[in-house]
Design a protein around this ligand. Structure first.
Ligand code: PGA
Length: 255
């Protein structure tokens, strides 16, 4: 990994932790996650926990991300959360395009595209997720599938500096299953993602955009992924719910 890209470890809490539990985990993370080791750290709690988590991490180096957003500014969209609402709790990142949202909530590439545009316009960095199913991988179509998701999701998205966008490659078959991709599997797709970013945004910008791996990433396997040229960090689900594990991953990313 060229030294110009700061490693990023992002925790995706998914639908876990009510407000008291979120406060407790945030406090433990502030205490345990190493600061000043050159790794950027983001936690993405459920929407209901954003405000209290923001408060708990305010004096730490840990940054806040959301798990979802709606692209309209305000109005009659029951149950949704706008970019300005995320900004009001100091969220700097927002996960979009996660396979769980694509699968369970039927979000499309066009939806992710609108979310990416709204977030970037609001000054929030999308963590744009992509990844193939087991069936697609077994058919040998994973690279074509993932790069098509990137092209469709980022069509017409105006990125002016590399810190305005993060990509997370998460093979669906490795999410929450305990099955991880090999480091070489991750590099194959992350390298193809970078090549696609070069086509879309040009060499200079694309070489600075962070591409993360996600899918059963944990303290025991993170170093292998990070050793790959185009893997700049991890989007961590299960292991981000345990302060000790998450802190250990940040520590390893700083080595
Ligand atoms: P996992 O989830 O680490 O529990 O596999 C990763 C993710 O879905 O972001």
């Amino acid at each position: 990994m060229p030294s110009s890209r700061t490693r990023l470890i992002a925790g995706n809490w998914k639908m876990n932790n009510d407000v008291p539990a979120a406060k407790e985990l945030a406090e433990a993370l502030v205490e345990k996650v190493p600061a000043g080791n050159g790794v950027e750290v983001v936690i993405c709690p459920p929407t209901i926990d954003l405000a209290c988590t923001s408060h708990k991490i305010a004096d730490s180096a840990i940054k806040l991300g959301a798990q979802n957003v709606y692209w309209e500014e305000k109005g009659a969209y029951t149950g949704e959360t706008s970019c300005s609402m995320l900004k009001s709790v100091n969220a700097e990142y927002c996960i979009i395009g996660h396979s769980e949202r694509r699968d369970y909530f039927k979000e499309t590439d066009a939806d992710e595209n609108k979310k990416a545009k709204a977030l970037i316009a609001a000054g929030i960095t999308p963590i744009f997720c992509c990844g193939e199913s087991l069936e697609t991988r077994e058919a040998g179509e994973h690279v074509a599938f993932v790069t098509a998701q990137i092209r469709a999701g980022l069509e017409g998205v105006a990125v002016e500096s590399a810190d305005q966008l993060v990509i997370a490659y998460e093979p669906i078959w490795a999410i929450g299953t305990g099955k991880t991709a090999t480091a070489a599997d991750a590099q194959e797709v992350c390298g193809a993602i970078r090549a696609t970013l070069v086509e879309i945004f040009g060499e200079e910008l694309a070489s600075g955009i962070r591409v993360l791996y996600g899918g059963s990433a944990k303290p025991e396997n993170i170093a292998g992924f990070l050793a790959e040229e185009d893997v700049d960090g991890a989007l961590v689900g299960g292991a981000s719910l345990k302060a000790d594990d998450f802190a250990a991953m940040v520590e390893k990313a700083g080595e």
